[in-house]
Write a protein that binds this ligand. Structure first.
Ligand code: FES
Length: 113
């Protein structure tokens, strides 16, 4: 069964496991939905892929998420175009309310502002 864990990134880019939450998830669920189903609240707004309040950095296991749909891609393009390119270089950013778990492996995420 796949797992998703929430970690925290420090300002210097290092990752901490302090207050880490890890859950077992069903394939096919969205990240936000999977946490909600187990009583954990991740940041969110519209839950429709439009506001990007739920954006996360995928630290590991991006291959275990289904490809972003058109709404998620459009919203991320709008949000990320205003970021410093160095800040997002090489990072996988997804919307937790839209990113569906599709693989069997571990996924690690961290909130991304
Ligand atoms: S909560 Fe609005 S895009 Fe996910």
């Amino acid at each position: 069964m796949p797992t998703v864990s929430v970690k925290k990134t420090n300002p210097d880019g290092t990752v901490t496991t302090e207050n880490e939450i890890e859950i077992n998830v069903e394939k096919g669920l969205g990240i936000w939905e999977a946490f909600e189903a187990q009583g954990h609240k991740l940041p969110a707004g519209c839950l429709k892929g439009m506001c990007a309040a739920c954006r996360v950095q995928v630290l590991a296991g991006a291959e275990n998420l289904a490809e972003a749909g058109p709404t998620e891609k459009e919203t991320l393009e709008l949000v990320l175009k205003n970021k410093d390119p160095q800040e997002i270089a090489g990072k996988t950013i997804r919307l937790a309310c839209q990113a569906k778990i599709s693989g069997d492996g571990a996924i690690e995420i961290a909130p991304f502002n």
